[in-house]
Design a protein around this ligand. Structure first.
Ligand code: UDX
Length: 490
């Protein structure tokens, strides 16, 4: 494993877009960098900083590490503003226009702040690639910037190809388009990509969808303003997409799955004061984790539970929520379901009596769970997921097959890859009637193909672990990344 000399003067500032899925993986990268001996400053929004300080064990532990510190700046929104999927463009605009000023000030003043001047100045910024301004400001101040994208390489590549789709006339879709028609203008995906697998913004009408599509297209094209690109993926998973991406962004480091790489470091470096070696995985939750679900899982048979979560941003109508609920109960399977306090749009409809009974017998509903621990639990048999990239990777690392119901943005492509390319689960995107949910849950848990998905998922977990082990592709890319970062401080 990589270790810096103790007098290393490399100091990295890491700045994620202020949302759960971005903070999670960038905090993992931050911990990894600090474990190699670099100085790391992690920059959060004040809003997330307060929530993480309350709810995240990893956050509290990392704050005690001598070469790690947290800073925070406003995201420009009031605390009561919603920050779910339907409000992302508002958050994006606010961060871009209102966080930019304190960010610039912080970067200018940071060395010597609150540390008696003992910390070296920032020598490199790793900014979320969704915030081009963070790259630009760092470079303007003479600090080299590297972009980190939290999405899969296949989604990144599809976003990059949106101008080609527009040029070829494949976008916008014609009126009443058949969403099952193939898409031709994303090289490497011609054999299996359909219109319905493109990012959700491609098929939605209205200003918000147009802004979102323009946003993802622009920030992806802007990646070349950074010195390098970091992706949370691994070579054997996304070799084709990675080679396309590298033909445009030659300095691309594929260092994932970060959760598995970090696990390697945590188990090899038990003496690190930041986070002790532990079999459980401290996470960066913005919500309070309900650990009673772990006790509930302990009482369930091997591979008998469907774990259900739609991530940190999805919002569903009460009708959709009920269809899922009834479908899950009717499947006869046990289920553990994360029902985030802001998951359902309106107040709940009254529940049919048999749903109440079925849930009492076989279900467990909680606000938020320690997801990686849940996925690693032997009682979990499949993951009904929204196909967010972190969740997808975490499921792969745990060797758990997926049933995908992608919600928006990059998730549509991820779920297609899960079923058609990686073959570690089933994609039921756009369908969630109670009968479909019941049928698909049964199929993944006990149908004829269930064993096949289980063994592919186990194989995938093995590949993921090989990639982060010494000599594996992600381990090697992480080493190259560290060399790159240290070369910037000499
Ligand atoms: C969105 C995008 O879809 C995703 O691809 C992008 O990289 C980040 O933003 P999000 O809804 O946040 O995704 O999902 P996901 O990427 O899966 O991240 C959710 C994170 O929350 C995961 O790391 C998961 O472990 C964690 N989580 C979720 C919990 O810790 N507990 C829970 O109960 C649910």
């Amino acid at each position: 494993l990589i270790e810096m000399p103790t007098d290393s003067t490399a100091h990295v500032l890491i700045f994620p877009f202020p949302l759960q899925g971005h903070v999670n993986c960038m905090l993992k990268l931050a911990e990894l960098l600090s474990r190699t001996g670099l100085h790391v400053t992690f920059l959060n929004s004040d809003y997330n900083h307060n929530r993480l300080s309350r709810n995240s064990r990893a956050y509290v532990l990392l704050a005690q590490s001598p070469r790690f510190r947290f800073e925070s700046i406003p995201d420009g929104l009031a605390d009561e503003n919603p920050r779910s999927a339907f409000h992302l463009m508002e958050l994006e605009e606010s961060v871009r226009t209102r966080s930019a000023i304190p960010y610039r000030e912080l970067l200018t003043n940071i060395s010597g702040r609150g540390d008696d001047g003992k910390w070296p100045p920032v020598t490199c910024v790793i900014a979320d690639g969704a915030m081009t301004f963070a790259v630009d400001i760092a470079e303007e101040l003479g600090i080299p910037a590297i972009a980190f994208r939290t999405i899969s390489t296949c989604s990144f590549w599809a976003y990059f190809c949106i101008p080609r789709l527009l040029q070829s006339g494949e976008l916008p879709f014609p009126d009443e388009a058949d969403l099952d028609e193939p898409v031709r203008s994303v090289p490497g995906m011609e054999a299996f990509l359909r219109r319905r697998d493109l990012p959700s913004f491609c098929r939605q009408a209205g200003d918000e969808a147009d802004r979102s599509l323009e946003f993802v297209t622009t920030v992806t094209a802007n990646t070349n303003r950074a010195r390098a690109l970091i992706l949370n993926t691994f070579e054997s998973l996304e070799a084709t997409a990675l080679s396309h991406v590298r033909s445009h962004f030659p300095v691309t480091y594929a260092v994932g799955p970060l959760s598995a790489l970090l696990e390697c470091y945590r188990s090899h470096r038990p003496s690190n004061p930041a986070v002790s070696s532990t079999s459980s995985m401290p996470s960066a939750s913005l919500w309070e984790e309900d650990r009673t679900c772990m006790t509930w899982l302990d009482t369930q048979p091997h591979k008998s539970v469907v774990y259900v979560s739609f991530g940190s941003l999805a919002v569903v109508s009460q009708e959709v929520f009920l269809e899922f609920w009834i479908g899950l109960v009717n499947s006869g399977q046990r289920f553990l379901w994360v029902v985030r306090p802001d998951l359902v749009e309106e107040a709940m409809l009254p529940l049919p009596e048999e749903v109440k009974v079925g849930t009492k017998e076989r279900g467990c509903l909680v606000d938020w769970v320690p997801q990686e621990e849940v996925l690693a639990h032997p009682a979990v048999g499949c993951f009904l997921t929204h196909s967010g990239w972190n969740s997808t990777l975490e499921s792969m690392v745990a060797g758990v097959p997926m049933l995908c119901w992608s919600f928006f943005a990059d998730q549509q492509i991820n779920s297609r890859f899960v079923s058609e390319v990686w073959k570690v689960g089933l994609d039921m995107k756009d369908l969630c009637s109670r009968s479909i949910v019941e049928k698909k849950v049964r199929e993944v848990m006990e149908g004829q193909r269930a064993d096949g998905w289980r063994s592919s998922a186990r194989e995938m977990a093995k590949m993921a672990r090989e990639s982060v082990a010494e000599g594996g592709s992600s381990h090697t890319d992480f080493r190259r990344l560290i060399q790159h970062i240290t070369s910037l401080s000499s």
